[in-house]
Design a protein around this ligand. Sequence first.
Ligand SMILES: *Cc1c(COP(=O)(O)O)cnc(C)c1O
Ligand code: SF4
Length: 349
Amino acid sequence: MPAQRTLRTPEELTAAGLLDQREVTEARAVGDHYAIAITSAMADLIDQRDPEDPIARQFLPNKRELITTQAERADPIGDAAHSPIKGIVHRYPDRVLLKAVHVCPVYCRFCFRREMVGPQGDGTLSTEEIDAALNYVRQHKEVWEVILTGGDPLVLSARRLSEIMRKLADVPHVKIIRLHSRVPVVDPAAVDDELLAALKASGKTIYLALHANHPREMTPAARAACTRLVDAGVGMVSQTVLLRGVNDDPLILADLMKAFVENRIKPYYLHHPDLAPGTSHFRITLAEGQRIVASMRGSISGLCQPTYVLDIPGGHGKTVIAEGAQQQEDGSYIVSDFRGGVHRYVDDC
Ligand SMILES: *Cc1c(COP(=O)(O)O)cnc(C)c1O
Ligand code: SF4
């Protein structure tokens, strides 16, 4: 087995044959702004003969990231406005985000938190800061669910993760702990017995929202990691970002959703790309997204349908971007079926 190594610099990417000489200068300029990392599991998946490779596109720095549009913003979904204490984002009454760590195993070029994650980001919370954040949760009895995100919470050591889990065990009103992670896909070997034991240390119901964007990411090793999680009693859902040149194609997206369901992962969210700086080359229009989502309806099982959501810029939260149901002036709705047929629906109540 080759050494499992994460590539972090333009020079390492070049040595691995992933960038050429011209790209390396551009990559340095990108690296001055945004963190770079690709795990060996993902680097090995890249087809170097394909200039449009969807895995490369997600992880290799590109000079287009140096272009920032006027609408783009450092905090695209407005986390900061809803942060009562370091590490906590409390936007919805019954659930909070706990951002214990701001590093990730890979750095996705389209990341909506790209200004906050990485070695130059906010760092990992100290034990005291975690305790203060957990105190906030303890004092807010309306918090039913704690969502560990970041950064990627599964980069925490099993010891630190189980510490957090054990502290959450003492908060009776918290019933659900959800983790958002890319680790089972980008570093499947990290899903080992210690990590599984750490996840279970709270005794609470655990969900893991797996972030994956292309069916090729669901490698045999990634599938095995998901099997270990589900067999250990972790409920799994998925989250995918709809990205130009990666998965803006109904057939690719359908393959990804089917791969999730085959591995007992319920498709959850399909995110419209956020207005993160230097990511305009990843964005598609809402109408394009709606067309892609509508064409999956009917062509694949209802189990495979994700909910297409937009995080409204400025911190207004997520909204479901309805495919059909546009209300007309006379109060009726125009709805379209999966074949593109158009029908009128009138409320009757
Ligand atoms: C997305 C998000 C959540 C989770 O929302 P769900 O719809 O429950 O998945 C919670 N808090 C914040 C601040 C979020 O941005
Ligand atoms: S793993 Fe998540 S938080 Fe980390 S860079 Fe990718 S999208 Fe951003």
